[in-house]
Design a protein around this ligand. Structure first.
Ligand SMILES: NC(=O)c1ccc[n+]([C@@H]2O[C@H](COP(=O)([O-])OP(=O)(O)OC[C@H]3O[C@@H](n4cnc5c(N)ncnc54)[C@H](OP(=O)(O)O)[C@@H]3O)[C@@H](O)[C@H]2O)c1
Length: 380
C-alpha cells in the first residue's frame, strides 16, 4: 500500500518536473527575446526595479507551503540564468560583476592587510561586513572588515589599539557608551550624542557620526531637507541622528513618540515640538519618517501609525530595510506618497565611513546591490 502510494506520488513529481522543465525553457526563450530588444534599444541587462517588482509579485501571490524566502532563492537562480542568457545576446557582463561582488573573497590576508570591523552585540545580523568587504574588493584595496560580538567594550577599544585595527563601526548597544572610552570625539558626534565610527590614528582613537549624513542623503533622494517639515516617529538612537541631520540641513521637525518622557527628552535636547503617538492624527507635514522598529521582520504585518494619516504627507521614509518594503511603505504608496526604505540610509552611512577610512569614494551603487542581493536571496 505504502509502496503504491510512493510510486504514485513519484509519478506525480515526474509530471510536475516535466511541466516545470517546459515552463522554464519557455521562460528562457522569452528572456532571450527581451535581451534582443534591450540590445536593439541600447539598454543594460540589469534592472533592479524590474527584478524587485518580480519578487514583490511573487511575495504577493505565494500561497505556500513554500516560504517567500524559499521562493526568492529559487527565483534568484532563475533570474540569474536569465541575466546570463541576455548577457550573451547584449555582450554585457553585469551578471558576473554582481556575482563577483557578492562572492566570498578567498584571498589570504597578509601582514599588510588593513583590518576594520564592527563592534556590537548582537552583530551576526549586521550587513556592514558585506558592504565594506564588497567595496574593498571592488576597488582592489588590501583590507578586510570583520564582525566582533563584543562583551567588554573597554577591552575591545584596548584591543583595537593593540591589534592596530584601522577603523571600526559601532552599533547597538554601544553608540553612546563608547563616548567615554575613546580619546577624541568630533563636534557633530558630540551634538548627535552618539558615535558610530572609530578611526585609529597612531594610538589615538577618534569617534565620529556618519548616521546623520546617511539619513540626510537618504531623505534627499526623495525631497529636499531644507524648507520641508518632517514628522519623525520614534525617539531612540536612530531618531537622534535623523533629527540632528534634518535640523542641521535646514528642515523643520516635529517629534512623535509612544513614551512621553523619552520623546520630550529628545525634543527638548533639539528644541523641537513634541506630540504623543496617540495624537498623530492631529498633525501633518511634508514627510513622515519612521525610526521605530515597528514593521521589521518578523513582525511584518505591523505598522507604527494608523494608515489614515498617510495621505497628509507627500513622502514617507521608513528607516527599516528588512523587509525592504514594510507595510508602512506599501500603505504609503497606496495613499499616493513617494517612499523610501532604510537601505539608502544604511549604505550612505557606510559609504561615508569608507571615504573617511580609505580616502576613496565608496562604490555606493554596488554596495546597495549586495544588500538587495542578500535580502532577496538569503531571506531574513
Ligand atoms: N537604515 C539604517 O541605517 C538604520 C540605522 C539605525 C537604526 N535603524 C533601524 O531603526 C530602528 C530603531 O533603532 P534605534 O536604535 O533607534 O532603536 P531604539 O533606540 O531602541 O529606539 C526605538 C524607538 O522606537 C520606539 N518604539 C519601539 N517599539 C515601539 C512600538 N511597538 N510602538 C511605538 N513605538 C515603538 C521606542 O519608543 P519608546 O520611547 O516608547 O520606547 C523608541 O522611540 C530599528 O529598526 C533599526 O534597525 C536603521
Amino acid at each position: 500500500m505504502s509502496k503504491d502510494s510512493l510510486d504514485t506520488l513519484r509519478c506525480k513529481i515526474e509530471d510536475l518536473d516535466t511541466a516545470l522543465l517546459k515552463l522554464l525553457n519557455e521562460r528562457a526563450g522569452v528572456s532571450r527575446r527581451i535581451g534582443k530588444l534591450k540590445a536593439k534599444d541600447g539598454l543594460g541587462i540589469y534592472d533592479r526595479d524590474r527584478e524587485e517588482s518580480i519578487y514583490e509579485y511573487l511575495a504577493r501571490h505565494n500561497k505556500g507551503p513554500l516560504k517567500t524566502s524559499e521562493i526568492n532563492r529559487i527565483f534568484s537562480e532563475i533570474i540569474s540564468v536569465s541575466r546570463k542568457l541576455q548577457s550573451a545576446v547584449v555582450g554585457d557582463d553585469t551578471e558576473s560583476q554582481v556575482k563577483s561582488i557578492a562572492a566570498v573573497d578567498t584571498s589570504t590576508p597578509s601582514k599588510n592587510t588593513s583590518v576594520y570591523g564592527i563592534f556590537g552585540n548582537p552583530v551576526a545580523h549586521s550587513m556592514s561586513p558585506l558592504i565594506h568587504n564588497a567595496a574593498f574588493r571592488l576597488l582592489g584595496i588590501d583590507a578586510i572588515y570583520l564582525p566582533f560580538e563584543v562583551k567588554d567594550l573597554q577591552g575591545a577599544v584596548a584591543g583595537m589599539r593593540v591589534l592596530q585595527l584601522r577603523g571600526a563601526s559601532i552599533t547597538h548597544p554601544f553608540k553612546t557608551k563608547i563616548i567615554g572610552l575613546i580619546d577624541e570625539i568630533d563636534v557633530t558626534a558630540k551634538e548627535v550624542g552618539a558615535v558610530n565610527t572609530l578611526i585609529l590614528d597612531g594610538d589615538s582613537i577618534r569617534g565620529i557620526n556618519t548616521d546623520w549624513t546617511g539619513a540626510v542623503r537618504c531623505i534627499e533622494g526623495l525631497l529636499p531637507v531644507k524648507g520641508n517639515h518632517f514628522v519623525v516617529v520614534g525617539a531612540g538612537g536612530a531618531a537622534r541622528a535623523v533629527v540632528f541631520g534634518i535640523t542641521r540641513e535646514g528642515g523643520k521637525v516635529t517629534l512623535v513618540n509612544r513614551t512621553r518622557d523619552n520623546g520630550l527628552a529628545l525634543a527638548e535636547a533639539f528644541g523641537l515640538p513634541f506630540v504623543p503617538l496617540g495624537e498623530i492624527e492631529d498633525i501633518s507635514g511634508d514627510c513622515l519618517i519612521n525610526t521605530t522598529p515597528v514593521g521589521m521582520y518578523p513582525d511584518v504585518a505591523e505598522m507604527p501609525i494608523p494608515k489614515g494619516v498617510l495621505s497628509r504627507y507627500k513622502a514617507v521614509v521608513d528607516i527599516i530595510y528588512n523587509p525592504f518594503k514594510t507595510r508602512l511603505l506599501t500603505e504609503a504608496e497606496a495613499a499616493g506618497c513617494m517612499t523610501k526604505n532604510g537601505i539608502d540610509m544604511f549604505v550612505f552611512q557606510g559609504a561615508e565611513q569608507f571615504r573617511i577610512w580609505t580616502g576613496r569614494e565608496a562604490p555606493v551603487k554596488e554596495m546597495k546591490e549586495v544588500v538587495y542581493h542578500r535580502l532577496l536571496v538569503s531571506g531574513h
